[in-house]
Design a protein around this ligand. Structure first.
Ligand SMILES: Nc1ncnc2c1ncn2[C@@H]1O[C@H](COP(=O)(O)OP(=O)(O)OP(=O)(O)O)[C@@H](O)[C@H]1O
Length: 399
């Protein structure tokens, strides 16, 4: 099969073609193929790119990397396939079909990993933790901006922090890891598709001097919504490692909101030098922020500090400040648990409007109060980073 004609047109590749092609890939027992062994998950095709996972016995995941590569190579032989992302899913059930998973679930069985800090079980892509966490050449430090729950202004904070780090003289990139709800195309007013170098390495998009990569540039949101854990992980790893980031001092990763398994897996797989937690002052958000701290501790990523967003309100007409949210909660919490407090960002119309217009306040009003606050926060983040040895420090750095 695979003989569908497509004279330079949009590819109309079908799942059936892919599945059929995959019958030529032999399973680990060499007796049968991976389709008949029921090892291949649902196949998703978007824009000529093919995504699926192969379920392998957990204890053999490490050895089966060649199988993953063979499957990827084989699919790429199909006419019209622009790329393939195949992930290995470690499963206790050897050779069984991939069980359906809800969209935001992780690829692997890291319910176990959590207890062992990810050192003893095979991660989803069959890399050893050390390999998976190997740094990205050219990038000095990768930091995560995370929040315990959605809507606290994490993405707004991430983008302004990135721009503020840049304003402080650093070379900065942004990786939007929120695959189900990417914000960076909108926040940085970037549209279009990234180009490729040698048909493989993706050229990052750029605006305001930042190099930016987001799933929003590659697929539409509806497509991403149906992805399962393994595909999300593969996509993230590709955006991290197969992008021509060049030389960067810092790569800011805008994490998906929340502290579920998907976030934990990401925190584990991305070689993070540290994490910044964004919280609003409300009690509820602080409880969630605490979950964020716990998550990074679990994977031994140093928490660089907490930022309180929407900390107080500045009335647009008078410029008066109102502490309507019981501000200061994050500072107290940070002190209580011995995590640096990085600063308070007010709730202002300017931050909201500039964010929503794709002209973040740090670049559109660099002399304003808010931009100054973000730059101070960026300075503190950088200081914390410098005091933290990548991956080697304890989870929390005490003075
Ligand atoms: N300090 C602020 N002042 C005013 N508005 C803000 C501030 N921070 C964020 N916002 C606004 O709050 C909304 C949510 O922000 P944002 O999208 O950054 O949150 P998020 O936590 O990343 O959300 P999600 O979890 O849905 O990705 C946006 O409209 C944004 O403009």
């Amino acid at each position: 099969m695979g003989n569908r004609k497509c004279g330079g047109c949009k590819v109309d590749l079908t799942k059936e073609q892919v599945l059929d092609k995959l019958k030529s890939v032999r399973g680990p027992d060499l007796e049968s193929n991976i389709i008949d062994l029921g090892m291949v998950s649902d196949v998703f095709i978007a824009d000529g790119k093919v995504y699926f996972s192969i379920t392998v016995p957990a204890e053999r995941a490490k050895d089966l990397e060649p199988l993953r590569q063979a499957a990827e190579r084989t699919v790429k032989e199909l006419p019209g396939v622009k790329g393939a992302m195949v992930a290995l899913t470690a499963d206790k059930k050897a050779g069984g079909a991939t069980p359906p998973r809800p969209a935001a679930q992780p690829a692997d069985n890291h319910g176990h990993q959590g207890h062992h800090h990810g050192h003893s079980h095979a991660p989803p892509q069959a890399r050893s933790p050390q390999q998976a966490k190997a740094g990205v050449p050219g990038i000095g430090a990768i930091i995560a901006v995370a929040s315990g729950k959605g809507g606290v202004g994490k993405s707004t904070t991430a983008v302004n922090l990135a721009l503020a780090l840049q304003a402080n003289g650093l070379r900065v990139g942004v990786l939007d890891a929120d695959i189900y709800g990417p914000s960076m195309p909108r926040l940085l007013k970037i549209s279009g598709r990234p180009g490729q170098i040698d048909g493989r390495i993706i050229r990052p998009m750029e605006n305001y001097g930042l190099k930016v990569m987001s799933m929003g540039f590659l697929v539409d949101e509806e497509t991403a919504m149906i992805w399962r854990g393994p595909m999300v992980q593969s996509a993230l790893m590709q955006m991290l490692r197969e992008v021509a980031w060049g030389e960067l001092d810092v790569l800011v990763v805008d994490m998906p909101p929340g502290t579920g398994d998907a976030q934990l897996t990401m925190a584990q797989q991305v070689p993070l030098a540290g994490a910044v937690i964004v919280s609003t002052p409300q009690d509820l958000a602080l409880i969630d922020a605490r979950k964020g701290l716990t998550m990074f501790r679990k994977v031994e990523v140093p928490v660089l500090g907490i930022i309180e967003n929407m900390s107080y309100f500045i009335a647009p007409d008078t410029g008066n400040r109102y502490d309507i949210f019981g501000h200061g909660g994050a500072r107290n919490e940070a002190e209580r648990i011995g995590v640096p407090f990085l600063g308070e960002v007010p709730l202002t119309m300017t931050i909201r409007e500039t964010s929503d217009a794709g002209t973040p306040v740090v670049v559109s009003e660099p002399d304003g109060v808010s931009a100054g606050i973000y730059r101070d926060i960026a300075t503190k983040v950088w200081q914390q980073l410098k005091g933290t040895t990548q991956r080697a420090a304890p989870a929390i750095v005490f003075e």
